[in-house]
Design a protein around this ligand. Structure first.
Ligand code: NAD
Length: 292
């Protein structure tokens, strides 16, 4: 049996389920979920991410609005855009794609978003609610990983989980969610980061490893035990002259080496990435139903 956690296939399955739900919303004359995305400047990666998000909305029948602003927009003008979206009754949820140009304070912009429309789950109010186990918009990547663990019925209770990385968007929320008194959760969680001493001592005893550090193929076979479950969040570009585009994508895990030892493993690409996009749609659907 394959040990692959197929995020791409699962994301498609969830999108199909959503498309069916949206179709029946239309028949019933209900309001169709509407996501807006604000893109500032010309950052190529951000353009790709936002395009994917908007395309995914279209695939499931959501309404989507893309608001593009010049990199020279002032902080005040951007805050006015946010406020307009906060007030627009037709917009259920919206995101402001990060990173923003240097002259704009990202934290200030995140704080300006109405937490009820904060489908990225970056507002401290949503983060705090999540940490207390209250209904909240979960950040997209952790939300996608939790959904994947649930749908694949991966046991987490009483397991030793090691999370590599402590960022606000992946590592930290992942560690909180997996420790909570819920399924998937009830695990004993250790967070490792750049200052961790003897990281391998932790990873070698882990039943589940979530790798989110941004170092290509960092986690090697000799650092994990037999039967480990691997969630590889990393998306890294490494030079590869055999490819037409001159690079290939890889995760934070040495897939070739670790996969034979793993009971389950997410590939890169095709693992956590597609689940991240779909989880934004899940949040938008929640927003349109007012269930958070
Ligand atoms: P980040 O850059 O904000 O944080 C990296 C974390 O790794 C830090 O907490 C740091 O302490 C830790 N770290 C750095 N070097 C380390 C080392 N040698 N040992 C242990 N820990 C170390 O990272 P992020 O934004 O969470 O992103 C991590 C990776 O996940 C990146 O490759 C990013 O592209 C990817 N990512 C993927 C998705 C997705 O949808 N698949 C979403 C978000 C981020």
């Amino acid at each position: 049996m394959s040990n692959i956690l197929d995020g791409k296939g699962l994301a498609q399955q969830i999108k199909d389920e959503m498309a069916t739900e949206v179709a029946s919303m239309m028949i019933n004359g209900d309001k169709i979920p509407h996501l807006a995305a604000v893109l500032v400047g010309e950052d190529p990666a951000s353009q790709v991410y936002v395009r994917n998000k908007v395309r995914s909305c279209e695939q499931v029948g959501f309404k989507s609005t893309l608001i593009r602003k010049d990199a020279g927009i002032s902080e005040e003008e951007l805050l006015a855009v946010v406020e307009k979206l906060n007030q627009d009754p037709d917009i259920d949820g919206f995101i402001v794609q990060l990173p923003l140009p240097k002259h704009i304070d990202e934290h200030k912009v995140t704080l300006a978003i109405d937490p009820k429309k904060d489908v990225d789950g970056f507002h401290p109010s949503n983060f705090g609610r999540m940490a207390q186990g209250l209904p909240a918009y979960l950040p997209a990547t952790p939300n996608g990983i939790m959904e994947m663990l649930k749908r694949y019925e991966v046991p987490t209770e009483g397991k030793e989980v090691v999370v590599l990385g402590r960022s606000n968007i992946v590592g930290m929320p992942m560690s909180i969610l997996l420790a909570q008194k819920n399924y998937p959760g009830n695990a004993s969680v250790t967070i490792c980061h750049s200052r961790t001493k003897d990281l391998e001592e932790h990873t070698r005893r882990a039943d589940i490893i979530v790798a989110a550090i941004g170092i290509p193929e960092f986690l090697k076979a000799n650092m994990v035990k037999e039967g480990v479950v691997i969630i590889d969040v990393g998306i890294n570009r490494v030079d590869d002259e055999t490819r037409k585009r001159g690079y290939r994508l890889c995760g934070d895990v040495d897939f070739e080496g670790v996969s034979p030892k793993a009971s389950l493993i997410t590939p890169v690409p095709g693992g956590v990435g597609p689940m991240t996009v779909v989880s934004l749609l899940m949040n938008t659907l929640k927003a349109s139903k007012g269930t958070v």
